[in-house]
Design a binder for this molecule. Sequence first.
Ligand code: ATP
Ligand code: MG
Length: 267
Amino acid sequence: MASTTASAAILTTHDLALTFPARGGPVEAVRGIDLTVEAGEILGFLGPNGAGKSTTLRMLTTLLPPTRGSATVAGHDLATEPREVRRRIGFVAQSGGLDPEESVHAELVLQGRFYRLSRVEAEARAEELAAELELTALLGRRCRELSGGQRRRLEIAMALTHRPRLLFLDEPTTGLDPGSRADLWDLVRRIRARQRTTVFLTTHYLDEADALADRLVVVDHGRIVVEGTPSDLKRRYGGSPDATLQDTFVAITGHGPRQQESAPLAL
Ligand SMILES: Nc1ncnc2c1ncn2[C@@H]1O[C@H](COP(=O)(O)OP(=O)(O)OP(=O)(O)O)[C@@H](O)[C@H]1O
Ligand SMILES: [Mg+2]
């Protein structure tokens, strides 16, 4: 979302990098990312498999310590105030962490308790979230009995328990049918509209990035290769505002979003 008021960044990174020690030599998954995200923005973080998207998200959500660089997330320093950061963010990881044997209701209440709500408050919040995310009819169902789209909605509901200012979603719609994807897009828009929650999402679906994101950041080989609004990128790299984002993506990265990381950059 273009902002005409003074900049209100909710996230900034400076030279953020992570190298995994691995057999066969270190893997430079993220090689120095400088990024600013404005409050209330929906940011699409794109890039081919292995580009470093999930690793970046795991650093920004305090799950992995960076090997270099710094970040301020929701007003707090990632390295020195990780607890303060965690209180203000929600994260839905690429592969979910639901307990297959628990009910939807139990998972929602447990999450409330995790965020130190009393039993009564946690019950009330579970009901509220279920209503907001259209899970009320599913409250008694076990997680293993949910469809992929329903599971995603539950994971997002859980991530919203503590009303985070910033929500990270790692490939929220992968594996969903077109109808469920469209529902999820509506949900993300509603979340942003209702509480002005900032949404930082990764996706491989370029139509999704085009439809949903105010701004796109494309990463490849652990670095940002380009950023701008979807129409900016289409004009600059796809040749015209009518270019598809698919053509634009190929022009930027030299390959389609699902191909492997070995293809050369065409910038
Ligand atoms: N725990 C780990 N140990 C070693 N290397 C890792 C580890 N996790 C990720 N990597 C490597 O880091 C690089 C970036 O991986 P990452 O998961 O961040 O990519 P991604 O952009 O999220 O890809 P995808 O689109 O496939 O989800 C890859 O080369 C990957 O193999
Ligand atoms: Mg990933």
